[in-house]
Design a protein around this ligand. Sequence first.
Ligand SMILES: Cc1cc2nc3c(=O)[nH]c(=O)nc-3n(C[C@H](O)[C@H](O)[C@H](O)COP(=O)(O)OP(=O)(O)OC[C@H]3O[C@@H](n4cnc5c(N)ncnc54)[C@H](O)[C@@H]3O)c2cc1C
Length: 486
Amino acid sequence: MIRTGEQYREALLQEREVFVGGERVADVTKYAPFRRPIESFVAQYDAKHSAELHDVLTWTDPDAGTFDISFLIPKSHDELRAKGAAFAEFAKLSYGCLGRGPESMAALMAGLEESCEWFEQWGEGNHQKVLDYCHYVRDNDLFVTHALGNPQSDRSKQSHQQDNPYLHLKLKEERDDGIVIRGAKQLATAAPFADEVIVFPNGRTFGPGDEEYCLCFAVPTTASGLKMMCREPLVMDDCLKIYDHPFSSRYEEIDALLVFDDVFVPWDRVFFHNNLFAANNMRFMTSVAAFSGHLSTRRAAIRSSLTVAAAMELCKSVKTADFPNVGELLGRIAALQKALEALVFRAEEDPRVAENGTYFVNPDALTASGLLYPDFYTTMLETIKRTGAAGLMLTPTQADFSGEAAEFAETYFAGADGMRGSDRVQIAKLAWDLVGGPIAQRMNHYERFYIGEPMFVGNFFSKSVELNEGRELFERVIKEGKESQE
Ligand SMILES: Cc1cc2nc3c(=O)[nH]c(=O)nc-3n(C[C@H](O)[C@H](O)[C@H](O)COP(=O)(O)OP(=O)(O)OC[C@H]3O[C@@H](n4cnc5c(N)ncnc54)[C@H](O)[C@@H]3O)c2cc1C
């Protein structure tokens, strides 16, 4: 099934506990800071029904019917490529600003389904539970959020050593029909906009004594006792103009701490618990990270492509692009963009095929992209600042170009080669919305951390990366050195 935007919006009317600024939000669809982000997610759902994108964004299976292609487990190279192409189209819908839209978690759910057998070792029937849940989400086209980390509280201590034993999410009670859990998890992007939340550990964070904190489960966001404590919205109303803030006006996807205040989870939604090994290795032993990383890599390439184009157009608008020093900076960020595109290409065109026939994007290219992108993107933003200079700051609003002093605005904000003031300012405002607008810093921060804690990812990569040619050369030169001594 493919939901329409309206069906998605209707589901959001179900009662849920969302808190912002000390108050409970009565209806998330009517709350001003959430209205336009929800519109953006509605548009994502509707795009799957559009004549132009339906065939790209959806997949039809004789047994399962038609579903969002993000849920597909690719069993051929063409299917892997089709997913990549769809991820790019999804990203374009929001200019790569929505990191955790429905398709993002759908991609992750496909990785979970691909790995469902892995869960059997943690309890008889667990693989079926995971499979059933993944199909439930896919077949109802649900929007899932995830909260994988523990609250920062005191990072020098393990979960069981925190002053409050229920600060980090913990098993409180095992019952015949399921478990009761209490405590908090972070950081659930888009939680108030989601239908379901899945919790699983995302790194090697648990040690002996933490067993009851090792949980992998799913519940609806409407579950009794689940409280979503949102950060302060970066855009407080729904009045920003697209001309003035093309991204901030629409894509504030919000983040939340999830507090599970004695939430009941039935057994069919508990995928493992009390299991240190499973908790510390799920990220590294299942397909979840590879599948969601494929989407993220495609999104990163789209977002950075727009960012480089914006930098170039900004410099063209006042003809600084022709200065060789500015041209060099622009050339360097274009090179970073091309490097990202090359990694995406390598990821999809040099896939790995598992014994069960699943096609995976090249793991090294995927991780390299995830590890490098935050620095590349930061360099792109710095280049916009360095080259845009005062032009980024001195920007009136769209209203100024139709207001009392419109003629002066058009004349004196003009750009090079007869560019009208309103046209030049629009470019500058777009660039500033990427760099310093209301949601810009959050997006940059997101790019650094969406892959998970870089420490875990980088460390794992240093052990798993394929460097066969380099190693052979290393051995050869060592051997040559030894032989030359003899
Ligand atoms: C905008 C944004 C959106 C996000 N969205 C989501 C989401 O939707 N779902 C989700 O689950 N997560 C999400 N995250 C969380 C993200 O996965 C984490 O930020 C990331 O995994 C890092 O964990 P942390 O923030 O708890 O940092 P910490 O683990 O607290 O790390 C802070 C610093 O301390 C260091 N450090 C911490 N512990 C140790 C240690 N034991 N040894 C050595 N050094 C240590 C780290 O290297 C780092 O430099 C989001 C984060 C951001 C910023």
